[in-house]
Design a protein around this ligand. Structure first.
Ligand SMILES: CC(C)(COP(=O)(O)OP(=O)(O)OC[C@H]1O[C@@H](n2cnc3c(N)ncnc32)[C@H](O)[C@@H]1OP(=O)(O)O)[C@@H](O)C(=O)NCCC(=O)NCCS
Length: 164
């Protein structure tokens, strides 16, 4: 299969919100936002998120099938770094190459912009995402205790980086 990637705009807000709702329901460890919060998000808020320019999407034809948050750090002393996440591909297309296509597009964009390092975090028990990030070249450099609390339960996350 071949996929195409581009920045998401407010025109993509409805499709992005549907994917966010699918992802938060099916993969609660893969998101900081809960399924309940995603269900409550309005189309207006989704449009605002898209207007921020902080999301890249992967498409199968015209259909948005995955997305990735991509945020460059603002302060000059941090501007060599960019943060990735959330990262999601619709369940039916996991394993299809869509996620790799999106990651490669984000890496290429970051390289072209002079970014020197991509950062991300992932739950310690999100084995599939960990395998994906490591295959794409990210390396783990630490573990953050009590990073996230899901329904009051403390969880650690892993810190990953990709020098470009
Ligand atoms: C993370 C995500 C974007 C990766 O996309 P994907 O299409 O599933 O990724 P791929 O299939 O290309 O790669 C996954 C790798 O994990 C491996 N894998 C699959 N299930 C696994 C498991 N339970 N444990 C360990 N590895 C696993 C696959 O074999 C593959 O490795 P390989 O290419 O060396 O064989 C996707 O799984 C997803 O959207 N997950 C839900 C949301 C999420 O957790 N996002 C990350 C938040 S940090």
């Amino acid at each position: 299969m071949t996929f195409a990637c581009r920045s998401l705009t407010e025109e993509d807000a409805d499709a992005w919100l549907a994917l966010l709702r699918e992802g938060t329901r099916a993969f609660p460890l893969g998101f900081l936002m809960s399924a309940a919060e995603a269900a409550e998000m309005t189309r207006e808020i989704a449009r605002e998120r898209m207007q921020s320019g902080a999301f890249r999407g992967v498409f199968d034809g015209d259909r948005l099938v995955g997305f990735c948050g991509y945020r460059r750090q603002g302060l000059p002393r941090l501007a060599h770094r960019a943060m990735i996440g959330p990262f999601f591909v619709t369940g039916a297309l996991q394993g299809s190459g869509a996620a790799a296509t999106l990651m490669q597009a984000v890496i290429a964009e970051a390289c072209a912009a002079g970014v020197a390092q991509l950062d991300l975090t992932v739950d310690t028990e999100n084995a599939r995402a960990i395998a994906f990030y490591e295959r794409e070249g990210f390396t783990c450099f630490g573990r953050r205790p009590d990073a996230v609390r899901i329904d009051g339960q403390s969880r650690d996350d892993l810190l990953y980086r990709l020098p470009l």
